[in-house]
Design a protein around this ligand. Sequence first.
Ligand code: THU
Length: 137
Amino acid sequence: MHALSPDVVQRLLAAALAARTRAHAPYSGYAVGAAVLDETGAVHAGCNVENAAYPQGWCAEATALGAMVMAGGYQVKAVLVAGPGGQVISPCGGCRQKLREFAGDDVPVLAADDSGVQSSWTLGELLPASFGPAHLK
Ligand code: THU
């Protein structure tokens, strides 16, 4: 189980659920919201953004990471993802790698539905033996 405070979890959940309402998902109908906590304590959120040329769409986690980078954040300290309705989802494989750019193995990844967090893992559990920035140093 993660060691995040209830306050931080609540902020991440509220941000992800609010972001999910902005999802552009006309093709799948599958709205996702994500939120990341940065090293300053700020929370950045995002939704999935689909495209008529299907492979050009991107995930909620990618939007949240872009928002963090634009705000000057660099280190991801926690992640929360909220699937549609009652669905509890974990980040897709591509997003696990995107998160790895800014997060270490120990960073908690929380999966929530509308009523709260239902599951959690570390990023290292979701993406073991990963390739990351240190390999290029
Ligand atoms: N999706 C996300 O936004 N995050 C994930 O981790 C899983 C999938 C989106 C992509 C696509 O717009 C829709 O969910 C269905 O795959």
